[in-house]
Design a protein around this ligand. Structure first.
Ligand SMILES: Cc1cc2nc3c(=O)[nH]c(=O)nc-3n(C[C@H](O)[C@H](O)[C@H](O)COP(=O)(O)OP(=O)(O)OC[C@H]3O[C@@H](n4cnc5c(N)ncnc54)[C@H](O)[C@@H]3O)c2cc1C
Length: 392
């Protein structure tokens, strides 16, 4: 019986991977050069609405949307383990496209949204009709979000929010933001932080500036000045925003592990294609031990990372607490992919330094990934604390 279930799962995985791979090859790879040219020109390396709309239509046509949304909301309810294979394939290209909706906020909404919020936000979000972003970081609180200062104060039937958020991605294209604010300063992360849903255009909520980042990425600084919200905009219980926010971060961290596997696979492919052709000093680069070790290390570490990601995702599917392994995945996967991409760039010589191959954009994206969703050093601190804790 177990064998039949395994075979069915393996077949589902194979078909899904093939479908995503074919979408990436046919629809995304052809626009990779356009995105690279935008980044090279110092522009935002995003797709225009005109470029994105037909891609969304196409993925709806072939069933590549709402993949991890619940069935009652029109989703395929795929387990995290299968979603990891999707992210891996998708990130073989630097074209910034995801099958809607973006999973982390979906999972936060699934965990704590009220029935009214599910109808108003989650259903259209799952169908790819609404977009969203998340505001956690502040000028004085990033890696340590418990130190945030944006306040939400009760005034009659309403909440009044004042403060500032920074480094928030995807703000202009979002219809709503999930924003974390302090509702009880003394309790802090243990009962004093609440999640709110703020609609685009809500009075008092504004984008103060766009911040150019590496790799053509953009983040935004946001200001909240007497933003008035009703209880219907509180996501989850008052004071209990921190735990679902952490769960959301965990979903993203596993996804980042899978993305690193995809990027590293592509870099290895580019490296192997090049070193088997290029000759220097009368020999193919692929005949040199220095290069062979890069290839061997990349292949070995990609394999190890894929297994780590898969194991973490399966544990998540079983409902286990995966915070520590998600930290391990994020640290290991980002460093593994950075090293692989760097070796691929080196093996290509000057061509590896250009903006005509996707390696430099990958390397910049990976550099960003060592900071967002928690800096590497903070994850190492957490892993060490939990590991040492077992011996205390
Ligand atoms: C591309 C990008 C996109 C982002 N998108 C979003 C978003 O959509 N929404 C959002 O809310 N935020 C977002 N962020 C913000 C991100 O989550 C924070 O930048 C991150 O958590 C680090 O916070 P910080 O920048 O304040 O650095 P800090 O917390 O000040 O840390 C600075 C450095 O100090 C070191 N450090 C910190 N703590 C320790 C420690 N305990 N031990 C050892 N060293 C330590 C690390 O090297 C760290 O890089 C994004 C950031 C980037 C770069």
């Amino acid at each position: 019986m177990q064998k039949a279930v395994d075979a069915e799962y393996a077949e589902e995985e194979r078909m899904l991977v093939e479908l995503v791979r074919s979408f990436v090859d046919k629809e995304l790879m052809p626009i990779e050069k356009v995105v690279m040219a935008r980044e090279a020109a110092g522009e935002k390396a995003a797709l225009t609405a005109e470029e994105e709309a037909p891609l969304i239509e196409k993925c709806k046509e072939i069933g590549l949307f709402a993949l991890d949304a619940p069935e009652e909301f029109g989703g395929a309810n795929l387990p995290a383990a299968l979603m990891m294979r999707v992210h891996e394939e998708l990130k073989r290209t630097i074209v910034p496209f995801i099958f809607p909706p973006d999973s982390p906020n979906l999972h936060m909404l699934m965990a704590v949204a009220s029935d009214e919020q599910k109808t108003k936000y989650m259903e259209p979000y799952a169908r790819g009709e609404l977009k969203s972003c998340i505001g956690i970081s502040e000028p004085g609180a990033g890696g340590d979000p418990a130190k945030m200062r944006t306040r939400a104060v009760r005034d009659g039937d309403e909440w009044v929010l004042n403060g500032r958020k920074i480094w928030v991605s995807n703000v202009p294209s979002s219809d709503f933001i999930i924003l974390m604010a302090v509702t009880d300063q003394e309790l802090g992360a243990r009962g004093g932080i609440t999640a709110f849903i703020i609609d685009k255009g809500t009075p008092g909520f504004s984008i103060e500036r766009e911040i150019p980042m590496l790799g053509g990425h953009r983040t935004y600084e946001l200001v909240l000045e007497d933003v008035r919200l009703t209880d219907s905009q509180v996501l989850g219980a008052v004071g209990q925003g921190f735990a679902p926010m952490q769960k959301r971060l965990t979903v993203r961290r596993l996804e980042m592990g899978a993305s690193c596997v995809g990027m590293a696979e592509r870099a290895l492919e580019i490296m192997c294609q090049h070193v088997t052709q290029r000759e220097t000093f009368g020999q193919k680069l692929s005949d040199r031990q220095a290069i062979q070790w890069w290839v061997a290390d990349a292949a070995t570490k990609i394999h190890a990372t894929r297994l780590m990601v898969h194991d973490a995702a399966e544990r998540q599917d079983r409902g286990e607490d995966v915070r520590t392994v998600a930290s391990m995945v994020k640290v290991y996967a980002t460093e593994m992919a950075e090293e692989t991409v760097d070796h691929a760039m080196q093996s290509l010589g000057a061509m590896g330094m250009t903006r005509e191959v996707p390696l430099s954009m990958m390397s910049q994206k990976l550099r960003l990934m060592r900071i967002y969703e928690g800096p590497t050093e903070v994850h190492r601190m957490v892993i060490a604390r939990r590991t040492l804790g077992a011996y205390a």
